[in-house]
Design a binder for this molecule. Sequence first.
Ligand code: AMP
Ligand code: MG
Length: 344
Amino acid sequence: METKELNLITNREKAIEEAGELLKNGGVVAIPTETVYGLAADAFNADAVAKIFEAKGRPQDNPVIVHICDRDQLSKVVSAVPEKAEKLMDAFWPGPLTLVMPKADAVPSTVCAGLPTVAVRFPRDKDTQDIIRAAGTPLAAPSANISGSPSPTKALHVMSDLKGKIDAVVKASGLCEVGLESTVIDMTKEPPVLLRPGAVTPEQIESVIGKIEISEGVLHQLPEGETAASPGMKYRHYAPKVKVVLVKGSYEKYRDFLNDRQSSKNVALCYKGEGTDIGCPAISYGLCNSPEEQAKELFDALRRIDKMAVNVVYARCPKPEGIGLALYNRLIRAAGFEVLDLGE
Ligand code: AMP
Ligand code: MG
């Protein structure tokens, strides 16, 4: 299959119209959003949704998020809206927040992997909104990568994973604004349960609806055989092909640790401005004091590492606070929960 490139920069109107047409006709199209690129299909077309799973190699038991372009579309996909969900929508929609709610009968079970609930998001990116509008239907869209690899934050990442397997990619300029997948919170529980941290932080959520629970799987490895509240949490994820080790401690300790075992097969994953005094290749992403910039650049950095002939990535460990919790969650999964604590 030829994968069309629809360029928003050179002809926005045409790109959106063509993406809309393809989606209306059961096609599968990668689209930019403020979080990461999504692989979209008509959420009410079970055959089209099946193509998403096939292209990504996504396990059938991992449900996908449904994207809408205004709150009126919500009643098509959910059967009830809990009061606290309403409050979160008022505060954070459109934006990088996904709410799990009871599903409407019309949503095919492939979208929800057989669960009685559906995850819904109203993205704030204007291009995403216009593509959904052009398609004339809510869009089911997980991240547009091969399952398990780092999520794509630019069109080139999508092409390197899915060229020839999908109908088209809509190309925006530069990296996605946020760079990490949306915050996911289960609103069918009381208190609501945070399933995946993202740019909308637990602190921000609690300031609107009070106490929430953080799912065990956010920070820890789930014991073998335990059912995950969010099926996606049980898979190794966001990972480059090489081994990743997360390293806790000060920059000085980290530098000395790497310099003690100099090897061109190691790579340091550190922050901008660091790494010049480390005797192995270094890839840097985001300034040390800007977790937002780190979020935006992390997946691109992991993909750059995959192009290097190295064996082990030693990654600086972000502070698990604010959006740093989301960074920590992605990196600890990439590392298969392997953490080395060097102390301060
Ligand atoms: P992705 O679409 O790749 O961003 O991943 C979506 C995440 O949301 C995965 O971790 C899913 O397991 C989770 N998710 C989607 N739908 C539901 C649902 N109905 N209940 C719980 N988690 C969900
Ligand atoms: Mg994903």
